[in-house]
Design a protein around this ligand. Structure first.
Ligand SMILES: [Zn+2]
Ligand SMILES: [Zn+2]
Length: 286
């Protein structure tokens, strides 16, 4: 029997097509007693708490004044503040003991946003903002595992000299390994078996040795067959990745795991994978 977790779902304000089926696609999940739903826009009857957008003071802990001002010039500033707010609030709720783990929907984030630059629809780095908030609460060691198809250049920029952050990035080449920043090169023509083996053999021992207090998972499904970062993975491969990462979090950091939605464009894949993934995080079966 699977152990139930108290799982927080953070659904901020977003634009675009890929999450059009949400929150309806979470019917049957949101009302469960071990699910806490933090809703930024919908005021759904299932909503437990209102998700507040991040204020500028927090943004400036990670991003430069110039960058924050540049994002303000785009049409996405407000939505980006809500996206990053999900990760920050998830981290706080876990540290308060209100939830065990979290799934954070994002419209505009995360891993291409660096200290002073942003691209690829990533305006602010929610995981980095959450980590800066965690540090104010006494947490020092944090691991980030990134299974988006592309290199996490923004996250790397922020943490390149931070020895208390382990950053394991499954991308397509080894960019620059230093301190605890590690790239695992996964070719574009791979399969589930090779990918899952790489997660098991590369990420798991690194996380065990590093012994983080919290794990962030930058979950991108753009590596799925037919997506813009197609690496030959099936939809179900993401559930296999979830299983390994969740078990690792259970083993090393009391199950404290914050899953942040990263790349991926297909509405169909989002609607198939995300509810199953959340059920898995929450121990609700399939
Ligand atoms: Zn990507
Ligand atoms: Zn990388």
């Amino acid at each position: 029997m699977t152990l139930r977790k108290r799982t927080g779902i953070f659904l901020p304000y977003f634009q675009g097509q890929r999450l059009r089926d949400f929150p309806q696609a979470l019917n049957g999940i949101l009302g469960k007693e071990n699910i806490t739903y933090y809703d930024g826009v919908y005021n759904s009857p299932d909503s437990t708490y209102y998700l507040q957008p991040l204020d500028e003071r927090i943004l400036l802990k990670v991003h430069s004044r110039d960058m924050v001002d540049s994002v303000k010039m785009t049409a996405y500033y407000e939505a980006a503040c809500y996206s990053a707010a999900g990760s920050v609030q998830a981290a706080s709720e876990i540290m308060k003991g209100n939830i065990d783990n979290a799934f954070v929907f994002t419209g505009f984030g995360d891993h291409h946003a660096g200290k002073n630059n942003f691209w690829g629809m990533c305006y602010f780095n929610g995981a980095a903002l959450a980590i800066s908030t965690l540090r104010e609460q006494g947490v020092s060691r944090v691991a980030i595992v990134d299974t988006d198809s592309h290199h996490a250049d923004g996250t790397r920029d922020i943490f390149s000299t931070d020895i208390d952050v382990l950053h394991v990035c499954f991308c397509s080449q080894s960019y620059h390994d230093e301190n605890n920043n590690i790239d695992i090169a996964i070719p574009y023509n791979t399969n589930d078996e090779i990918y899952l083996r790489a997660i098991r053999q590369e990420f798991v021992p690194l996380a065990r040795d590093f012994n983080p207090e919290v794990i962030f998972w930058e979950f991108g499904y753009d590596s799925t067959i037919g997506e813009y970062g197609d690496k030959g993975l099936t939809r179900d491969c993401h559930l296999g990745i979830a299983e390994i990462i969740k078990t690792t979090a259970d083993d090393v950091c009391h199950g404290r795991l914050i899953t942040v939605l990263c790349g991926g464009s297909s509405r169909d894949i989002a609607t198939y994978v995300i509810p199953k993934l959340i059920k898995h995080l929450a121990g609700l079966g399939n």
